[in-house]
Design a protein around this ligand. Structure first.
Ligand SMILES: *[C@@H]1O[C@H](CO)[C@@H](O)[C@H](O)[C@H]1NC(C)=O
Ligand SMILES: *[C@@H]1O[C@H](CO)[C@@H](O)[C@H](O)[C@H]1NC(C)=O
Length: 416
């Protein structure tokens, strides 16, 4: 497409720009709903549909770790902490385990950080195992189902595989003791060793107040066609190249670094959030994991997410019409990204923007403090409620054992 046409397109889109973030501010936006999905299901109220028992664990499994490094409260894995806090004061919480539909074990597995602030998940399996040992010996509920009515929040790159490198994560596999439990995790990729069937895929944590503070006027034109900030190569962890992001980010850089339609760079500007509100398309390529907080940011800022991560399962995919909001591009097609995006008709782009303006969708992406109706906490509960009642077959006969406590890498069997 010629540049004057793109300029015209940007102008056209600018006239109906949807650059809102806060739900309350979304009221005056032209929005569109797809019946039967976003809106209808997202606005379900989980209260009264399930009861959750929260195990009380020694603080070394949660609060103490957080005290050691409060950066856990702001990083993209923070959902495990906020979910715990939310459940403690949620009306779905029950103090009587006999009437609980679901059991929750509050373990902060991603809060052990390097000096750079990245989680070291290598001890997580030992920690999780220790917590399960504790609940299974102190309460009768674990042994009853060996975890089939228990859920765990495991928001690391590859969920309960606990490694940031895909190969290593696959090698380790999902922690054997979690085979029967429901996992609430950011990681989602179809037919992947680390995605257990029945898992609930959640958005990563992105700070709601901070995003809210960077909102710009709704009518600001979207003069940037494609926007991306982040790594293209991870030289430190992948010196040879091609392994990080399976080469997709490198391909973005190599093909489009000089293309004026592409505003892409490794530099993270202070205007990052504002820039997303000035962009039509925001690239959301895989990194070490298929997902990243960019997806949440794109939805909040009304920038059409361009999802480059083959077979990704997006958050709350049973409630959010991702195909209608976003654009999926196969990893192998990255070199044609310019043609793919400039070929999308303006009316299709406008429709995606109207759908993105739906406040329920934005709400579902966030873990706000305090919680609000329809937010990500509520969507997790909705997901758990939709799995009820449990099939009778999950309850084991007295003394029956299914899980193998000695399976898994030898290092993971050491006490924590
Ligand atoms: C659950 O089973 C384990 C053995 O697999 C046993 O050590 C433990 O005491 C049992 N828990 C309870 C509460 O009976
Ligand atoms: C449990 O796993 C270990 C290690 O993989 C294996 O040696 C053992 O035979 C398994 N036990 C059962 C009962 O399957």
């Amino acid at each position: 497409m010629d540049f004057w046409k793109v300029g015209f397109l940007c102008l056209l889109l600018a006239s109906s720009v949807l650059a809102i973030g806060a739900v309350e501010l979304g009221r005056h936006q032209p929005t569109e709903r797809i019946s039967g999905s976003a809106g209808d299901v997202l606005e379900d109220d989980p209260v009264g549909r399930l009861k959750v028992f929260v195990y009380e664990l020694p603080s070394k499994y949660n609060k103490k770790i957080l005290q050691k490094d409060p950066r856990c409260l702001t990083h993209m894995f923070a959902a495990e902490i906020f979910m715990h806090r939310f459940l403690l004061s949620s009306p779905v919480r029950t103090l009587n385990p006999e009437e609980a539909d679901w059991f929750y074990t509050p373990v902060y597995t991603t809060c052990d950080l390097t000096p750079n602030g990245l989680p070291l998940p290598f001890k997580s399996p030992r920690m999780m195992r220790s917590a399960i040992q504790l609940i299974s010996s102190n309460w009768p509920y674990w042994n009853r189902t060996e975890g089939a009515d228990h859920f765990f929040v495991t928001p690391h790159d590859f969920g309960a595989c606990f490694h940031y490198q895909e190969e290593k994560a696959i090698e380790r596999g999902i922690l054997p003791l979690l085979q029967r439990a429901t996992l609430v995790q950011t990681f989602g990729q179809r037919n992947h060793v680390c995605l257990k069937e029945g898992s609930i895929t959640i958005p990563p944590y992105a700070p709601p107040q901070k995003m809210h503070a960077h909102l710009i006027p709704e009518k600001t034109p979207r003069s940037i066609f494609v926007y991306f900030r982040g790594l293209f190569y991870d030289v430190g962890n992948d010196p040879e190249g091609g392994y990080y992001a399976r080469g997709a980010r490198a391909a973005v850089w190599e093909n489009f670094k000089d293309n004026p339609l592409f505003d892409i760079s490794t530099e993270h500007p202070t205007t990052y959030y504002e820039d997303m509100q000035r962009a039509v398309f925001c690239l959301c390529p895989l990194g070490w994991a298929p997902w990243s907080p960019r997806l949440v940011e794109a939805v909040i800022f009304g920038c059409i997410p361009v999802i480059i991560a083959d077979d990704i399962v997006l958050p709350f995919a049973d409630a959010i019409p991702w195909e209608d909001i976003g654009v999926y591009v196969d990893e192998k097609d990255v070199p044609q990204l310019d043609t793919i995006l400039t070929s999308i008709p303006p009316e299709v782009i406008l429709r995606k923007q109207r759908l993105l303006a739906n406040p329920s969708m934005k709400q579902a992406m966030l873990f706000p403090q305090p919680a609000q109706p329809g937010d990500a906490f509520h969507q997790v509960l909705n997901g758990l409620a939709r799995k009820l009642p449990h099939d009778r077959s999950v309850f084991l006969k007295p003394g029956e054992k299914v899980l193998n406590w000695t399976a898994g890498p030898v290092g993971d069997l050491k006490p924590w």
